[in-house]
Design a binder for this molecule. Structure first.
Ligand code: ADP
Length: 216
């Protein structure tokens, strides 16, 4: 993991604040023989990245956190809503054959099954569909609701959940993804609208962002 890379001037500012903080922007500018305006973007970056903290009428001070510590803090704050993708759903009365076609056409590994009120009632994985295809039954006549994993056995998450918590659930439960749900207003616990999909691929995308320093 690469910590945030600072340019020479930002490193210099950090040294000054470490040594003399709390110190005002004006005083830092004076020490570097630069104007306050020239320093403004660097101070903003250092503050946003968490290296410095600014207190009104006091000035800047050093937080004491390393680049690696700050990166770990940021990873721990990533949420589902930043990485979720569009959910692919089928109706509970759809046939296993239709579900297989949808899975191929939409290029996903998990389908969410909904009832007539668009509430989550089940989940279908690749292996669920393969297993059903191994029998001698007519796949066009077999509704998905007889082979799906059904409520209340479905693990869900919400858009505000932490990505690291979802990653832990995927590992513990040995599943590929979770539906992101929204409880329908004024309804019982089981009435959930599917609003997104979070999968091992979403977690991989977050990992690539971290590796490429794209987490701010
Ligand atoms: P695959 O079966 O293709 O390896 P998974 O590992 O995701 O895919 O699924 C394993 C089993 O767990 C399947 O029977 C599937 O219906 C079920 N499953 C998948 N996701 C969930 C979930 N979020 N909650 C409960 N069960 C799930």
């Amino acid at each position: 993991m690469r910590p945030i890379e600072l340019n020479k001037r930002q490193q210099h500012i950090l040294e000054i604040v470490k040594d003399k903080g709390p110190i005002t922007g004006e005083q830092i500018a004076e020490k570097l023989s630069l104007t306050r305006a020239t320093l403004r973007p660097d101070l903003a970056i250092l503050t946003m990245a968490g290296f410095l903290d600014a207190r009104p009428r006091v000035g800047y001070f050093y937080t004491g956190k390393t680049g690696a510590q700050l990166l770990t803090e940021k990873i721990g704050k990533l949420t589902v809503k930043e990485y979720q993708s569009i959910p692919v759903v089928v109706n509970e009365s759809a046939s296993v054959y239709d579900a297989i076609c949808t899975m191929f056409l939409e290029d996903v590994g998990t389908l969410f099954v909904v009832n007539g009120s668009s509430c989550l009632v089940g989940i279908l994985s690749r292996k669920d569909l393969l297993r059903a295809s191994m029998g001698k039954q007519e796949l066009e006549q077999m509704p998905v609701n007889i082979i799906m994993t059904r409520m209340p056995n479905i693990t869900t998450c919400s858009a505000d959940d932490l990505l690291s918590d979802v990653a832990q659930i995927l590992i513990t439960k040995q599943i590929d993804g979770l539906p992101v749900v929204n409880k329908k207003d004024g309804s019982s616990n089981s009435d959930m609208e599917v609003t997104g999909r979070i999968t091992k691929t979403s977690i991989t995308k977050a990992f690539v962002d971290i590796a490429n320093n794209r987490i701010v």
